[in-house]
Ligand binder design. Structure first.
Ligand SMILES: *Cc1c(COP(=O)(O)O)cnc(C)c1O
Length: 403
């Protein structure tokens, strides 16, 4: 290698220490990565998140406590099963459940919880999933209105979904093949059967009931509400409002179901969950995130979100023809949210173009696609002070397009 090339190589070599055999000091490694600016190096765009907690937008930013937890344990070994035992005990106690485990997102909580119900502690059954054709029980009942996205997770176990609409259909659908019933909390308003009725029928027939509350905190009480209500299994995302690792989640509920679910999960192989690994750092990170979230001053958080929303509302409504209001979605992403619309004869800018202009501006701002000619802005995943930038950029675009 010519000297010139070597210098060039050294300047881009990912682990310079590796060349000389000198072990890298982890602290230096971290700081040299910061200096390198990986986002720039890879040509990526960062943005102010006015979008909310969505996987496409990398959901939430891990809280400092979570990053500290991840760093503090990353240079030590522990036995994986011991870690899940201990963290599970803590999470269960925090959420009024008998037992809990950290999963690879809420999605894998749905898969593993179902697997646990199907197999119990029978290891030959665990090895046979998703081939459940001759299992005694291999059907899951849910409301038709609750289907369409996340219920797909359940089918990874091989079960057949049975859809019902009315209480009569529900009662009729329960038979000796019914393994579980499933409720999608966010869809509660769209179905004919509410939680109480749904659960009481499950209980009457001694069928375990699972609920998906992935994105349904805040309110923080939802973390224990559904356990208290009597659901046998509850599934939550760790990387949304809780601001844990994006790929972590929680499965909690009855002790024997969680124990059985773990048979289908890492560290063991020969099971359907082997690809749903959660690394040690994320298990610790999930615990730290939950602990932080439960102990947060929720009133203060709420006030902070409201203040942010008001900063934007006040700025944009100064422009003639603009209407804005703060509303709180009744279920899922329950936080102060902005709805902004404008008279398109006074301001010649479609909501679609506003979204694009915000994205292409400096700094870039990501906002969701408009609904009914109104833009919905989420403020809770912004970082401190960013609401002022959003207020300024939004207002600039409105003024620019005013006739
Ligand atoms: C986000 C979400 C999931 C999936 O959760 P992950 O944590 O991303 O795996 C499942 N169900 C619902 C209702 C969700 O909103």
């Amino acid at each position: 290698m010519k000297r010139r090339d070597l210098i060039k190589y050294l300047s881009v070599a990912p682990l310079a220490g590796g060349l000389t055999g000198v072990p890298l000091n982890p602290a230096n490694a971290a700081s040299s990565l910061v200096k390198r600016d990986l986002i720039k190096e890879l040509g990526l765009r960062t943005f102010i998140n006015a979008y909310g907690v969505y996987t496409t937008h990398t959901a939430s930013l891990m809280a400092d406590e979570v990053l500290e937890a991840i760093n503090s344990v990353s240079r030590k070994y522990v036995l994986y099963n011991d870690l899940q035992d201990k963290v599970g005990e803590k999470i269960a106690a925090m959420c009024h459940a008998e037992a809990a485990m950290v999963t690879s997102g809420c999605w894998s909580a749905l898969v593993l919880g179902t697997a646990g119900i199907l197999t119990g502690m029978d290891k030959t059954k665990v090895a046979r999933l998703p081939d459940v054709a001759d299992f005694e029980r291999n059907e899951v009942i849910l409301q038709k209105t609750h289907s369409g996205s996340y219920d797909h997770a359940l089918t990874n176990t091989g079960i057949k979904r049975v859809f019902v609409e009315t209480v009569e259909e529900y009662e009729r659908a329960i038979n000796s093949k019914t393994a579980m019933t499933w409720f999608y909390n966010e869809a509660a308003p769209w179905g004919k059967i509410g939680h109480d009725e749904w659960l009481s029928i499950s209980k009457k027939h001694k069928i375990p009931a699972m609920v998906d509350i992935a994105a349904d905190v805040p309110p923080v009480e939802n973390l224990w509400k559904f356990n208290d209500m009597g659901y046998d299994v509850v599934c939550v995302s760790g990387g949304k409002a809780i601001r844990g690792p994006q790929s972590a989640g929680i499965l909690m509920g009855r002790k024997e179901i969680i124990a059985a679910a773990r048979l289908s999960a890492p560290p063991g192989g020969g099971n359907i969950g082997r690809g749903m690994k959660v690394n040690k750092e994320e298990v610790f990170g999930m615990y730290a995130a939950l602990d932080r979230f439960i102990n947060l001053d929720q009133g203060k958080e709420w006030k902070m979100w409201e203040d942010r929303a008001n900063v934007i509302l006040k700025a944009v409504t100064k422009v003639k023809g603009v209407k804005a209001e703060i509303f709180v979605p009744p279920i899922a992403n329950v936080t102060p949210t902005l709805r902004i619309s404008w008279d398109q004869t006074l301001i010649k800018l479609s909501t679609k173009d506003m979204t694009l202009n915000l994205r292409n501006g400096e700094p870039s701002i990501e906002a969701p696609k408009s609904i009914n000619d109104a833009m919905i802005l989420s403020v809770w995943m912004m970082q401190a002070g960013e609401e002022k930038i959003v207020a300024k950029r939004f207002t600039e675009e409105l003024i620019k397009a005013s006739v």
